[in-house]
Design a protein around this ligand. Structure first.
Ligand SMILES: [Zn+2]
Length: 407
């Protein structure tokens, strides 16, 4: 299910190497240097399969920090039930789930590393069931509709094991996790069926799931693991939608702090693109740069971006001002989010059958209270019912007639 490599390497240094002061004998200038410091790498590692292996390496230095090659290193683990290690080579093998300390000892000095064995529990997902990644940082509500919603910035978990991110944006999108859940239940109330929902429960100061991995996790092994799980769940959802329906819609749900209280829909089109008149916006180059490239092959591009039946047009009709839409075809010079990493990766710009949009929700009347979230969630669910029927020829409701009575 996941594309995570067998072992994830390289993290922050947590265990300092020990330094031993050894008394050197005098008069023998050619005696071999005494090891004064040893550093084990990787410092933290996760093995994701039973029987999987990882090679530890010891860097041995003398008192002047010169490397000592060929030093005799002895390897051991604190919990051989979890993993074993070859005492001479440092090759560790996963035995069962859990954690252990790995120690490298050279003469009187030693260093430790952390080894965890973690195997994702589920590889098959059932609609209506909830799946968690490691330590429940990432949550996947499996669905059966061709609609996928991710919430990357609404988490609030700040585990000590993950280093705080030191660059990039670290503020959360308030109440967007709650908004995603409200949307899921509103759509279920209307249709009796479920969207796929992927939630990053980590605070953005631990993981920015809407960035490539380097900026997202900034080298933290556990952050990188959560990042891979988050995108792995989205990929699993996309695969399911593609197999069931042949096409679908991906929504990356955010909250913006811009002054103008309106929804901002990002299709990877710049504000300057949206300022173009319709005849110039309808350009194959822009279509191919957009996250709705696949859908635009079947539906007129300008109509999809800002026509009456666009997401923006339908949401505006529900009483939620939106850019782009017929009334607000471009941002008008105001700040505007065009769509980020996830919209590019999981939409259809680079191919595939799933078109994408980044929805940036304003705060007031949309996500500032439970009642506002419920109202917007219902409007978004209704909008998607109409949008999917018109542009994907899919009726989201399992039993349309009873859905009417439900209302
Ligand atoms: Zn955001």
């Amino acid at each position: 299910m996941m594309s995570s490599p067998r072992a994830r390497l390289i993290g922050r240094k947590t265990s300092g190497a020990l330094v031993a002061a050894l008394a050197l004998g005098c008069g023998e200038g050619t005696s071999p240097p005494a090891p004064a410091n040893v550093t084990v790498s990787p410092d933290i590692v996760i093995i994701d399969s039973i029987g999987g292996t990882v090679q530890f390496i010891a860097d041995v230095r003398d008192a002047r920090s010169a490397a000592i090659s060929g030093a005799s290193v002895t390897w051991s683990v604190s919990n051989p039930v979890v993993a074993t290690i070859d005492a001479n080579t440092g090759l560790a093998t996963a035995i069962t789930l859990g954690g252990t300390t790995v120690t490298a000892r050279v003469a009187a000095v030693s260093d430790e590393a952390t080894l965890e064995v973690f195997v994702p529990s589920a590889t098959v997902f059932v609609a209506g069931e909830t799946y968690f990644g490691r330590r429940q940082y990432i949550e996947y509500l499996a669905g059966d509709l061709p609609v996928i919603v991710s919430a990357p910035h609404g988490g609030n978990l700040e585990p000590a094991e993950i280093s705080a991110r030191t660059s990039g944006v670290t503020t959360r999108d308030l109440n967007t996790q709650e908004l995603a859940r409200a949307f899921a239940s509103a759509l279920f109330d209307r249709t009796g069926r479920r969207a796929h929902i992927i939630i990053n429960r980590l605070h953005r100061n631990r993981l920015d799931a809407n960035r490539e991995i380097v900026e997202a996790a900034q080298g933290d092994v556990f952050g990188e693991w959560a990042w891979a799980e988050y995108h792995g769940f989205i990929e699993a959802a996309k695969q399911s939608v593609d197999e069931q329906y042949g096409s679908g819609l991906y929504i990356d749900l955010h909250g913006h702090g811009h002054d103008i209280q309106r929804l901002e829909l990002g299709y990877l089109l710049a504000a300057s693109d949206l300022e173009l008149p319709d005849n110039l916006l309808d350009d194959p180059d822009l279509v191919n740069r957009s996250s709705i490239r696949a859908l635009a092959a079947a539906v007129g591009f300008v109509e999809l971006v800002r026509g009456a039946t666009s997401l923006g047009g339908l949401l505006a009709q529900e009483g939620f001002p939106t850019v782009p839409s017929p009334a607000q075809p471009d941002p008008g010079g105001a700040p505007y989010f065009t769509g980020g990493y996830s919209t590019a990766r999981h939409g259809s710009r680079d191919g595939g059958s799933i078109s994408g949009v980044q929805i940036e929700a304003n705060l007031i009347g949309v996500r500032d209270s439970a009642s506002a979230r419920a109202a917007f969630a219902d409007a978004l669910a209704g909008t998607l019912e109409a949008f999917m029927a018109m542009h994907f020829q899919v009726n989201l409701a399992l039993h349309p007639s009873t859905a009417i009575f439900r209302r």
